[in-house]
Design a protein around this ligand. Structure first.
Ligand SMILES: [Zn+2]
Length: 469
């Protein structure tokens, strides 16, 4: 063999080796796809498809169900495949992928509901393509097996009913009960306004219609997505009968209870914006002997009041808080041990309020929204740091000084007027006796006795009612 021939063979062999190494490295980098199809053990007629790939620089796991129903299967496959194609394209176009920043795609699903009439599948897709953090997307598909079509919100409800308004009302009042969600009222109001878009993500279940609200629709983005399941019986005048139907909608397996649910229609406020209202407030308590007298009088007259309690006293009488709340009264925060907050370093002033807030929460599970600074003394820095509504007063009988029940009563009654807030102290017997008389008399005069929150709400309703001139 000539020298030239030998060299050719060596070069040829080298080329094969290099080629193999490159091929092997690519293979390792992007991996090999494994596909698996198996019967779902929970649901008959359902197959689970799994596509897995575990490469050095990228990996994915894609799971989806198939139902042997062409329209439905086509939609599911096209959803999964287009997400996968897009992910692979992003990977192939990426440069210098760090092994520690391995690309990742995860598609998983929950069979939220599977019955004769319809199925609801909730997909969760997680994608990571080298950024700071990955993104999670949700999609819920509802399919009607009988009608062979996908369901939009409007397909669930009877035409010519104002179903969006009803969904909006239930959702807003229900979500507002969650204190983390009620912090941003304008966003909650916007995110639950009666538009088709706000209620476009849902699952039709056996006993509930569950709505999904993506992050930042009804609450700040960092709180994540939110859900509310509305019991179908609350929707019976607007939901189409085929979706109410108990036998056709019976899920094949038992559905877990929803995380957050509305099972009763929210009660309309019993307050009448056209009737005069006054907010009685009691500071420095609780004190079982005297506070109870006031609570009894409120109960008899179906009235409410607000009790601005001290953290130090809550420690002694934690059980009193439940008694206060039972009748529909409100608890406010009046600091831990009554210092003039403006004289304290900011940190200590804030601690006075925060410690009290924690004590109240621990004793009653209730989180006050209103704060009344001792002596009414506060400033912008404190208000900002505390982040609660500051509640002051219009009528002050100086009951702590006079200690004469007759004089206190006549002062309050002669200064009472619609929309006012009265300051008293429930720790003195003279004040408690005066309060009992005041509660009876104001009720007789036609006043609604309301909490500070109710008074605010009432004033808001009155403004909304006033026609624009
Ligand atoms: Zn006080």
């Amino acid at each position: 063999m000539s020298v030239k021939g030998t060299w050719s063979i060596i070069l040829f062999a080298l080329a094969i080796i290099i080629g193999a190494v490159v091929f092997f490295q690519n293979q390792q980098a992007s991996g090999t796809e494994k596909k698996n199809v198996k019967q779902d053990t929970n649901y008959k007629n359902v197959e689970i498809v799994t596509l897995v790939n575990d490469g050095k620089f990228m990996r994915y796991a894609v799971n989806y169900p198939l139902f042997h129903q062409k329209e439905l299967d086509d939609k599911i496959q096209s959803y999964a495949n287009s997400a996968l194609e897009h992910f692979k394209k992003t990977f192939s176009e990426a440069k210098d992928i760090d092994e520690n920043k391995r690309f990742e795609l995860n598609i998983d699903y929950d069979m939220v509901h599977y019955a004769k009439q319809s199925v609801a599948i909730h997909f969760t897709t997680y994608t990571y393509t080298g950024q700071q953090s990955g993104t999670t997307n949700h999609l819920t598909i509802n399919f009607d097996f009988q009608k062979k079509n996908f369901l939009d919100t409007k397909d669930l409800f009877l035409p010519k009913t104002n179903y969006l308004k009803k969904l909006s009302y239930i959702t807003y009042t229900e979500l507002r009960k969650d204190k983390t969600l009620s912090k941003d009222q304008p966003l909650l109001q916007k995110g639950t306004a009666p538009t088709a878009q706000n209620f476009s993500q849902f699952a039709l279940k056996e006993k509930y219609v569950e709505f999904y609200f993506p992050a930042s629709q009804v609450a700040a983005e960092d709180l994540g997505s939110q859900t509310l399941a509305i019991k179908k019986t609350l929707l019976k005048d607007i939901l189409k009968p085929e979706y109410m139907n108990k036998t056709k909608n019976k899920n094949e397996i038992k559905e877990p209870p929803p995380k957050r649910k509305a099972v009763k229609l929210p009660q309309k406020s019993k307050l009448d914006p056209n009737k005069k209202a006054i907010a009685l407030t009691f500071d420095d308590g609780p004190n079982p002997a005297t506070t109870t007298k006031i609570l009894d009088a409120l109960k008899v007259n179906k009235g409410h009041a607000t009790f601005f309690v001290l953290g130090s006293r809550v420690q002694y009488y934690p059980g009193m808080l439940a008694d206060i709340l039972k009748g529909g009264n409100e608890i406010g925060n009046h600091s831990y041990n009554h210092p003039l907050l403006t004289r304290l370093p900011l940190k200590q002033a804030v601690k006075q309020v925060e410690d009290t807030q924690q004590l109240i929460e621990k004793a009653s599970g209730y989180t006050p929204t209103h704060f009344r600074p001792p002596y009414g003394g506060t400033n912008q820095d404190i208000n900002q740091a505390v982040d609660m509504k500051v509640s002051l007063w219009d009528v002050d009988p100086e009951d702590w000084k006079i200690r004469n029940s007759q004089q206190i009563t006549s002062h309050v009654l002669s200064h009472a007027a619609d929309g006012r807030t009265v300051l008293m102290h429930d720790i003195y017997d003279s004040s408690a006796r005066a309060a009992v008389k005041i509660i009876h008399e104001l009720t007789k005069q036609g006043y609604q006795l309301v909490t500070v929150s109710e008074l605010e709400q009432l004033k808001k309703e009155r403004i909304e009612q006033t026609p624009v001139q």
